[in-house]
Write a protein of this length. Structure first.
Length: 364
């Protein structure tokens, strides 16, 4: 069982190739404290496997029973788990989450493109933002796929064949979600609602250097479902076998000709080779990348900046050196954890401070 979107897509593609259906479960609404938020999904296969988590393990087995019914009938269903009562006796879960989760479950048939997994796959493959809307109806009457699922990528219609009065309202909602990146469930009628969600491609992480201490950085980043590229000028290090599921480039000229820096969200320089770090930093500072991290002590950082003809104040807004959060530890794994945690906090627009001092909702 894996919770990464990439793993779900891998299983989805495998089931599609084998001409087998899946059941997709999507959180469409939450209230109170919940493990996951709207837009998160799980995938169930006909042979009883599931991938992803919508709770901390509290509801997944029960969801499997609902998935079996969807496989059997072919009809989507909406399931509500309300765990806000003190005893949580309705479900017997005893989770103490104090939240409610509404989940939409639908059958994903082979060769269908009217579902969130298809949109996510397109988004990941093209590295383009997308939004989708799906109509949800209560009762036995269900909309046909072409009139119940709509998608846009970069604001352009990808799957739009609307003839109902929902058309303009759904287009407006999709535009809003693409702008705010916040999923929304809105009621259209007493027995009909529309869930609109925003899909973003995984962050693009570039690591310059492929020494042994890069391995745990890549492993942590891959667990977060980031797309990782590793570059080194040394053939013994730039070996794809050392970095599974990672793009590895041998760049003897250190010119980064094979990398589109405009697509990079964060770059980490950790080659342990002064001249290489100098070459890499010069190109990174000339790019639009907003997170540039450098491994090494302060004195080495200042020597590199001096050689580049830069003052710290000129690049302080996007230059992170020494790299990482102050979590202690000196092992390669602890250092990798501090580095990846800092990149995660940057990507999320957070400070990396203790949650106990945060006021308001954790996931706001």
């Amino acid at each position: 069982m894996s919770s990464t979107v990439s793993k779900l897509l891998e299983i989805y593609e495998q089931e599609q190739r084998e001409n087998r259906s899946c059941v997709l479960a999507t959180i469409i609404e939450t209230q109170g404290s919940t493990y996951q938020k709207p837009g998160a999904f799980m995938l169930f296969t006909e042979d009883g496997r599931y991938f992803g988590l919508l709770s901390g393990g509290c509801i997944e087995h029960d969801l499997m029973e609902h998935a079996k019914k969807v496989f059997s009938t072919g009809k989507p269903t909406t399931v509500l788990y309300d765990m806000r009562s003190a005893d949580d006796l309705i479900w017997g879960l005893g989770s103490g989450c104090n939240g409610a989760i509404k989940i939409f479950m639908e059958q994903v048939r082979p060769n269908s493109c009217h579902h969130a997994l298809w949109v996510t796959q397109q988004c990941y493959d093209s590295q383009r933002d997308a939004a989708y809307a799906m109509v949800i109806r209560e009762g036995d009457e269900q909309p046909i796929p072409g009139e119940s699922f709509f998608c846009q990528m970069d604001g352009e219609p990808a799957l739009f064949d609307l003839s109902s009065e929902l058309q303009q309202q759904i287009k407006s909602e999709i535009a809003s979600v693409l702008k705010t990146a916040k999923p929304r469930l809105f009621e259209f009628a007493a027995d009909q609602a529309v869930f609109v969600n925003h899909i973003t491609p995984p962050p693009q992480l570039l690591i310059l250097g492929a020494g042994p201490d890069v391995i745990p950085v890549v492993e942590f980043a891959r667990q977060l479902d980031w797309s990782v590229s590793v570059v080194d000028h040394r053939p013994a290090y730039a070996d794809p076998k050392r970095f599974p599921e990672t793009a590895v480039y041998l760049d003897s000229s250190r010119q980064l000709d094979k990398i589109n820096l405009n697509r990079i969200d964060a770059a980490i320089v950790m080659s342990h080779h002064f001249d290489s770090d100098f070459d890499y930093l010069g190109q990174l500072f000339a790019s639009s990348i907003q997170y540039i991290g450098l491994l090494g002590p302060i004195q080495r950082r200042d020597l590199l900046l001096d050689k580049l003809g830069l003052e710290r104040g000129q690049v302080a807004h996007r230059f992170y050196s020494p790299i990482g959060l102050d979590i202690g530890g000196s092992s390669p794994e602890a250092i990798a954890l501090s580095i990846v945690a800092e990149v995660q906090s940057f990507l999320s627009g957070r400070t990396g401070a203790n949650l106990k001092i945060r006021e308001g909702a954790i996931h706001a």
